[in-house]
Design a protein around this ligand. Structure first.
Ligand code: ADP
Ligand code: MG
Length: 277
């Protein structure tokens, strides 16, 4: 069946992003509730290409419990493309941090396990997400954690990927993306995702972006210098040694030394409460 804009009733705005708006919608015939992402300006060829690439990647990643489920797409009369996906009704980890404050270690261990499950699925299929951060990780009322926003994701080829593509959110970019010669040579989107996950968990634990003091306004040049020239940030003493060790494995400046998603899934930080791996 083909989907059409008229099939859906807009109920609320769930979020705004770079180039679009995400709505909570109801499918009129079945009364099913979904999220609908409408990227504006899809008449612009570059934006359009990105949106089609996003859909292409979502299509390839439909059977992982930790990736937001894709339900189809359609074009609006304006030329904008709408992406229909499952509703994650508890919002993003960014909103959770703002409303409920910092996360406990046991909660973060759970978040890390679910995000890594999603990342290992993607990486095994040659997909680098390239924009892992709190606002792109969503939660639903069953407390399931899923990766969303494949707007800058990439299906990695066999050849070296250009490392000068400044996609994603600058603050969460890994050192080798600024200076590939020094930090690991070939920019590898997979280990860059692990770096971003490390920063994300760090931020959710301390309540502010790792390279900044609490309340400090980000200055892009200063931030880039800190990412490239200072030691990776380390967690405060309140964190357990397992958690500190885990974040260290994610935040190795040398991309080749960073653990892979599959390796991190066996880390004691994820296993200490479960006794399962
Ligand atoms: P952008 O590429 O513009 O950043 P996102 O896909 O990240 O777009 O969506 C922007 C915001 O909309 C997210 O941070 C989140 O708050 C909300 N959102 C996106 N997808 C969903 C969804 N499936 N369910 C609930 N909220 C969502
Ligand atoms: Mg986003």
């Amino acid at each position: 069946d083909t989907l059409a804009p008229a099939d859906f009733e807009k109920l609320a705005v769930l979020g705004h992003g770079n180039g679009g708006t995400v709505y909570k919608v109801r499918h009129k015939v079945t009364s099913t509730i979904y999220a609908l992402k409408v990227n504006h300006n899809d008449s612009d060829p570059t934006t359009r290409r990105r949106t089609l690439a996003e859909i292409n990647i979502l299509r390839r990643a439909t059977d992982c419990p930790n990736i937001v489920k894709f339900h189809g797409s359609f074009e609006k009369p304006t030329g904008d493309i709408a992406i229909l996906m499952e509703l994650m009704d508890s919002g993003s980890l960014e909103t959770a941090l703002k409303t409920n404050g910092t996360f406990s270690e046991s909660k973060l261990s759970e978040v890390a396990r679910e995000v890594l499950n999603g990342l290992s699925y993607l990486h095994a299929r040659n997909i680098a997400h390239r924009d892992i951060k709190p606002s792109n990780i969503l939660v639903n009322n069953k407390n399931e954690v899923k990766i969303a926003d494949f707007g800058v994701s990439k299906l990695m080829g066999r050849t070296l990927e250009a490392c000068n593509s400044y996609v994603g959110t600058c603050a969460y970019m890994s050192p080798e993306r600024f200076d590939p010669e020094v930090y690991g040579g070939n920019y590898n989107g997979f280990s860059a995702d692990i770096w971003s996950l490390g920063l994300t968990l760090f931020e959710l634990y301390v309540g502010h972006f790792p390279f900044l003091q609490s309340g400090q306004r980000p200055d892009w040049a200063m931030l880039m210098c800190a990412i490239c020239f200072s030691d990776p940030p380390s967690l405060p003493d309140t964190a357990s040694s397992e958690f500190r060790g885990f974040v260290e494995c994610c935040l190795k400046k040398e991309s080749g030394e960073r653990w892979t998603a599959a390796q991190l899934l066996t880390h004691p930080f994820l296993c200490k409460e479960m006794d399962s791996c």
